[in-house]
Write a protein that binds this ligand. Structure first.
Ligand SMILES: NC(=O)C1=CN([C@@H]2O[C@H](COP(=O)(O)OP(=O)(O)OC[C@H]3O[C@@H](n4cnc5c(N)ncnc54)[C@H](O)[C@@H]3O)[C@@H](O)[C@H]2O)C=CC1
Ligand SMILES: O=C([O-])CC(=O)C(=O)O
Length: 312
């Protein structure tokens, strides 16, 4: 028997794609193929080679190749889609829906042609709608198409809570539900620091500020960067999903999953707590919500549905 390394392809070699490629390689989750459009063939190969040349110093064994030829992605175990346009100051994620949905269709066709058995992870915005399109276009079982938003949104929430309490981020656990937009639903009631409900540790007005800052977390970075959007925390987040799959970890993490009645919604990709392992989304966890939480989720779902209407 010969044991082979896993293969992870990352489509889009921009800020999030390149950063994800390096993080995945650094964790030795498999060999990495970084792909972008033919006009960027040279720069994509250059980025991949540059990362590979960091491997002796950083101490990881993973091959990284850059390409614009989908044949090089053949038989990938996991494909991460970051291809598309990022927003600039003054734009909402939904402003990207038309242009990025066309890119999703074109990319998915090629991904599926060369890796019919892979799992696909979607980062491109507006990510709930883009995950829906990729799922539809791929024809894959729904557990094999996963979108990323909740790990990032929760990470922002955890960062702000840890800063406020002056404690380790590792001890803060949070959970954000809903679409990846300004109406996302950080669930304060399900958030803890060292096992203690954070509602016992912070006054309501401070928690309200943290919830609001979390909702606008993407915009805060967009405004600071001036010409693009966040990429370090998003790449770390998608890498966590890749790791959960490759190592079959059965992690309980919020991802964008296909709902068939869960939380009262049908035929929709939405951010919910899931169990992620070797089969992708192995389970959706349904939580008891208060009436206020249900109303907040409904508002968030409505903005996702409005994206979906766009796509018909
Ligand atoms: N879901 C999430 O949590 C997050 C989503 N995003 C989204 O991820 C996407 C990528 O963001 P960045 O990497 O910062 O953008 P970027 O502009 O740095 O990179 C995007 C890359 O996609 C490539 N591309 C465009 N069309 C392509 C095609 N048909 N095939 C292959 N590659 C193609 C571009 O050439 C470019 O290199 C954006 O839509 C952004 O909004 C970003 C951060 C977090
Ligand atoms: O804000 C954006 O456009 C990128 C993104 O989704 C995030 O950083 O949460």
């Amino acid at each position: 028997m010969s044991i082979k390394r896993r293969k992870i392809s990352v489509i889009g070699s921009g800020f999030t794609g390149a950063t994800t490629a390096l993080m995945v390689a650094q964790k030795e989750l498999g060999d990495v193929v970084l792909l972008d459009i033919p006009q960027l063939d040279g720069p994509t190969k250059g980025k991949a080679l540059d990362m590979l040349e960091a491997s002796p110093v950083l101490g990881f064994d993973a091959n990284i190749v850059g390409t614009s030829n989908y044949e090089d992605t053949t038989s990938s175990d996991v494909v991460v889609i970051t291809a598309g346009i990022a927003r600039k100051p003054g734009m909402s994620r939904d402003d990207l829906v038309n242009i990025n949905s066309e890119i999703m269709k074109a990319v998915t066709k090629e991904v599926v042609k060369y890796s019919p058995n892979c799992l696909i992870l979607v980062l491109t915005n507006p990510v709930d709608a883009m995950t829906y399109i990729v799922s539809k276009e791929s024809g894959f079982p729904k557990n094999r198409v996963i979108g990323q938003s909740g790990i990032l949104d929760t990470a922002r929430f955890r960062t702000f809570v840890a800063q406020e309490l002056n404690v380790s981020v590792e001890d803060v656990i949070g959970l954000v539900l809903g679409g990846h937009g300004d109406d996302m639903v950080p669930l304060v009631r399900y958030s803890y620091a060292g096992g203690i409900p954070i509602e016992n540790l912070l006054p309501k007005d401070r928690l309200d500020d943290i919830v609001e800052r979390t909702r606008k977390g993407g915009e805060e970075i967009v405004n600071l960067l001036g010409n693009g959007s966040a990429y370090f925390a998003p790449s770390a987040s998608i890498t966590q999903i890749v790791e959960a799959i490759i190592k079959d970890k059965k992690r309980i993490i919020p991802t964008i999953a296909y709902l068939q009645g869960e939380y009262g919604y049908q035929d929709l990709y939405l951010g919910v707590p899931t169990i992620i392992g070797g089969d992708g989304i192995e389970k959706i966890i349904e939580l008891e919500l208060t009436n206020d939480e249900k109303a907040a989720l409904k508002k968030s779902v409505q903005s996702v549905y409005s994206d979906k209407e766009f796509l018909k």
